[in-house]
Design a protein. Structure first.
Length: 434
């Protein structure tokens, strides 16, 4: 049976991308680190292909993926309303397709090389102050970080409503008929390596992404079942069943992804959260890989530099929190759009390649005089839909400004959280009355 060290500076629960990245960052800064996962380390984290912003690797101080880990490099992305014909095409959006199995393995290796201890098949039974009882023994830790995903450890309680849960699935299959795959790409004016995204295909917040790479096809689906839509897994399996050029499944997985804005409390006492456990997921398209790795670097720097867990919370919230909360407003709007409304958005040009690429790249849209001049006629063409977008835009700006003032003093954070809720309720109320 494996044994644990008696004491460490930092105990990390969860050895996926956020946890493993934190283990390496903290160990490189001289902390003694133990990172554990309830699964075997070879099974920790996501086991499929995920889109990760190129910029996130630099922000997280993680080298860019190469070789087999990099499965798509900023290729064309064709966004369709349902099955079309309305569409916009994005290039230069800055999103890489990454084999998460290989990224997690690389982060594990970097953490070990830095001196961190990683151990799988360890279940946390109880946390008693700074003492953690596990299935293989006990360990004392000055700091404990929850990087265990959606379920979390309950160190910083947070309930995710069902309406904020995206049921996502991803799989890589063999191409059984190369001619059939080529015909599919030609039908949607796409090239090999590019992504065809059927948005709103199951209604509201739902997608089906298809990209062909040589003898493989990568499929990604997601939806919010609480809205009455089939799960991402059901959508994926249904598409495979009806598409005769798709062959056997090679690898993939599925899971629930928390949407919503980041949690109001990222740290308390000697405990903190990163990644999905902290609500650090970009709600517009349900991706949290880059955010979790970036949060890991910020947390390690603040611990080592004397800012501590409070410094981490303030820095992440002020730098990233507003943008993430703002795009959750857009997510809620898209969740209520009918397919016809989505088609109108694309036809009008109010949702264009530039604004869509900003969302993909987890950036705020550019706003300047030329952009405003282009928006005015597009808003006229969109009709009443433009008013809903204008309200959402105002709320997004309010949240960006609000998160930039996330308080240093813990005693002021309850008031800040109440104001956050007021803005959020204004968003909900305004959207429902449109």
């Amino acid at each position: 049976m494996s044994t644990l060290p008696d004491r460490v500076d930092l105990l990390i629960v969860g050895a996926g991308t956020a946890g493993a990245a934190l283990a390496g960052q903290a160990a490189r800064r001289g902390l003694s680190v133990l990172c554990v996962d309830r699964r075997a380390l070879d099974d920790a984290g996501a086991r499929w292909v995920n889109g990760v912003c190129r910029d996130a690797f630099a922000e997280a101080d993680v080298p860019l993926p190469r070789g087999e880990e990099l499965r798509g490099d900023d290729a064309g992305f064709h966004l369709l309303a349902g099955r079309g014909p309305e569409r916009i095409t994005m290039r230069g959006h800055g999103v890489l397709d990454v084999d998460m199995r290989l990224l997690v393995a690389r982060l594990h290796e970097r953490a070990r090389d830095a001196g961190a201890a990683l151990q799988g098949e360890v279940e946390i039974l109880a946390l008693e102050g700074r003492r953690a009882r596990t299935s293989v023994g006990a360990v004392e830790a000055d700091l404990v970080v929850d990087a265990s995903g959606l379920a979390g450890l309950g160190l910083l309680p947070r309930r995710v409503p069902r309406a904020d849960l995206c049921a996502a699935a991803q799989a890589v299959h063999a191409v059984a008929d190369a001619r059939g795959a080529a015909d599919f790409l030609a039908r949607y004016a796409a090239r090999e390596g590019e992504t065809v995204c059927f948005s709103g295909v199951a209604g509201g917040y739902s997608i089906l992404n298809v990209s062909v790479h040589g003898d493989e096809v990568s499929l990604l689906t997601g939806s919010i079942p609480a809205d009455g839509h089939p799960s991402g897994r059901a959508m994926l399996e249904g598409f495979v069943a009806e598409t005769d050029w798709i062959g056997a499944r090679r690898f993939g997985g599925h899971r629930a992804i928390p949407l919503g804005r980041p949690r109001d409390v990222l740290a308390e006492g000697h405990c903190a959260a990163v990644g999905d456990a902290a609500g650090q997921v970009f709600a517009a398209h349900g991706s949290g890989i880059g955010a979790g790795m970036t949060a890991a670097r910020i947390l390690a720097e603040e611990i080592a530099g004397g800012g501590g867990l409070d410094g981490y919370a303030v820095r992440w919230m002020r730098t990233h929190g507003g943008r993430f909360a703002a795009y959750d407003v857009f997510r809620r709007l898209s969740q209520r759009l009918t397919l016809e409304e989505l088609r109108r958005l694309l036809r009008s040009g109010l949702l264009d390649a530039e604004s869509a690429a900003a969302g993909m790249g987890q950036r705020l849209p550019r706003v300047d005089l030329a952009r405003v001049r282009a928006i005015v006629p597009a808003a006229w063409r969109a009709g009443r839909l433009s008013a809903r977008l204008a309200i959402a835009g105002a709320r997004m700006a309010a949240l960006v400004a609000h998160y930039a003032r996330y308080p240093h003093e813990p005693s002021r954070r309850a008031r800040w959280a109440r104001r956050t809720m007021q803005i959020t309720m204004q968003i909900h109320g305004g959207a429902q009355s449109d």
